[in-house]
Ligand binder design. Structure first.
Ligand code: PGA
Length: 246
């Protein structure tokens, strides 16, 4: 049985005040869904401490991690550092990082490997552009992204990763993928991942304009095990409403 998980990706947003607001607001949460917030790296410590002070069950994650474990890499944050801050998860290969920061599948795999070594669960993002979908190549494209990353991970990665399908055309646009598009891609991802990980036990999340209005339908799909939420994760009520749709 895969436990549903809703992950908030705050991107380049958030303040210490918001960390405290979420930590206290989620303190009484009794739902069955696992809740994770990924604030900017500078705020992980604050959110972890605030969650602990409020006995809040929310877990904390990073939005990115260095592809190296240490050394002369100015500005980077390693998996070990994230672990020391109290992060349990970290997003890798988000489409914004692939498009804006040149992250290749090889780099994504290096990052995921460092996270696994540090005992942090990587949330590996994949997803096609509108051009690729219009060309009918989306299944092949996403399948290749999955294979390129998972084939580079040690076999011990078995069921220790989370996969997230985020079609680029749905991220931050208000254009959510349809239930049919999501279910068929998630089933495809599970089958493509099967040679590398225990894909039946692996959680596959959907991301891309998830809101309280569409969450219940998307999260009820058989191969959807939760959501990766951007915009709607910046407001506590909306984030909780999305989780309530599980
Ligand atoms: P969105 O972002 O929910 O604002 O579309 C999702 C994401 O980028 O992870």
């Amino acid at each position: 049985m895969r436990k549903q998980i809703v992950v908030g990706n705050w991107k380049l947003n958030g303040t210490k005040v918001l960390c405290h607001q979420f930590a206290s607001g989620l303190a009484g949460y009794i739902g069955s869904v696992e809740l994770v917030i990924c604030p900017p790296a500078t705020h992980i410590d604050c959110l972890v401490s605030a969650a602990s002070a409020h006995s809040s069950t929310v877990s904390v994650g990073g939005q990115n991690v260095a592809a190296q474990s240490g050394g002369a890499y100015t500005g980077e944050v390693s998996a070990g550092m994230l672990r020391e801050l109290g992060a349990c998860y970290a997003i890798v290969g988000h489409s914004e990082r692939r498009a804006l920061f040149g992250e290749t599948s090889e780099i994504v795999a290096q990052k995921a490997s460092h996270l696994l070594e540090a005992g942090i669960t990587p949330i590996i993002c994949v997803g096609e552009s509108s051009l690729v979908r219009e060309g009918g190549e989306h299944a092949k494209f996403v399948g290749r992204q999955i294979t390129e990353v998972l084939s580079r991970l040690a076999p011990s990665a078995e069921s220790a990763v989370i996969l997230a399908y985020e079609p680029i055309w749905a991220v931050g646009t208000g254009n959510t993928a349809s239930s049919e598009q999501v279910q068929s891609m998630h089933a495809h991802i599970r089958s493509v991942a099967a040679p590398f990980i225990n894909s039946v036990a692996t959680r596959v999340l959907y991301g891309g304009s998830v809101t309280p209005d569409n969450a219940a339908n998307l999260l009820a799909l058989p191969d959807v095990d939760g959501a990766l939420v951007g915009g709607a994760s910046l407001e506590l009520d909306k984030f909780l409403a999305v989780a309530g749709g599980c």
